[in-house]
Structure formats: C-alpha cells, structure tokens
Design a protein around this ligand. Structure first.
Ligand SMILES: Nc1ncnc2c1ncn2[C@@H]1O[C@H](COP(=O)(O)OP(=O)(O)O)[C@@H](O)[C@H]1O
Ligand SMILES: [Mg+2]
Length: 80
C-alpha cells in the first residue's frame, strides 16, 4: 500500500478480512497520501503498531518500531 502512496490510517485487525486464503483490507475513507500528509509517518507507525499488537496477543512478536521505520525509510528513498 505504501508503494502505491496509501496509508490506511485506521488499520486494525477488524479492517483485515480473510477470504479465500487472501487478506482483504477494508475501511479506507480516512486513508492518507504520504506524499502530502504531514502526519503520514505517525499514522503509519500507529497502523503497524495496531497490527503488531494483534499478532502479539496470538503469540507472535513483531518489532513494530523497527518495522514501520524500515517501511518509511524505504518509502522516502523510493525503494519499495
Ligand atoms: N465486505 C465485508 N464482508 C464482511 N464483513 C464486513 C465487510 N465489510 C465490513 N464488514 C464488517 O463490518 C465491520 C465494520 O466495517 P468497517 O468498514 O471497518 O466500518 P467502520 O468504519 O465502522 O470501522 C468490519 O470490521 C467487518 O467485521
Ligand atoms: Mg473499521
């Protein structure tokens, strides 16, 4: 999504539906374009943290700060 200049900005497990073996992300009216939104990095960090919290509850630990920092760095450098 970030490669396509989209940050969900309200991402939660409830907005990821699982159908026919594929995740389908819904609920995008508040999505932002990271090229123009000053809060973009913070919103990305929050989205990633929400998803990491879900996985943590199911026994999978993700370093959400490293994950979002890495995504943002690659976005800024055009490396996604
Ligand atoms: N196409 C769909 N198929 C199945 N469940 C859906 C679908 N769209 C929405 N839902 C259910 O409704 C909930 C709320 O939808 P969502 O679009 O996230 O609205 P909200 O803006 O209220 O968060 C979702 O978390 C999901 O459980
Ligand atoms: Mg929702």
């Amino acid at each position: 999504m970030l490669r396509e200049n989209v940050i969900h900005a309200d991402l939660s497990p409830y907005n990821v539906l699982y159908a026919d073996g594929l995740p389908v992300i819904i609920d995008l009216p508040q999505a932002v374009d990271p090229r123009f939104n000053k809060a973009a990095q913070r919103l990305l960090q929050r989205d990633v943290k929400n998803i990491a919290s879900y996985f943590r509850r199911h026994g999978i630990t993700l370093d959400h700060e490293r994950w979002s920092d890495d995504l943002w760095r690659r976005f800024v450098l055009g490396e996604l």
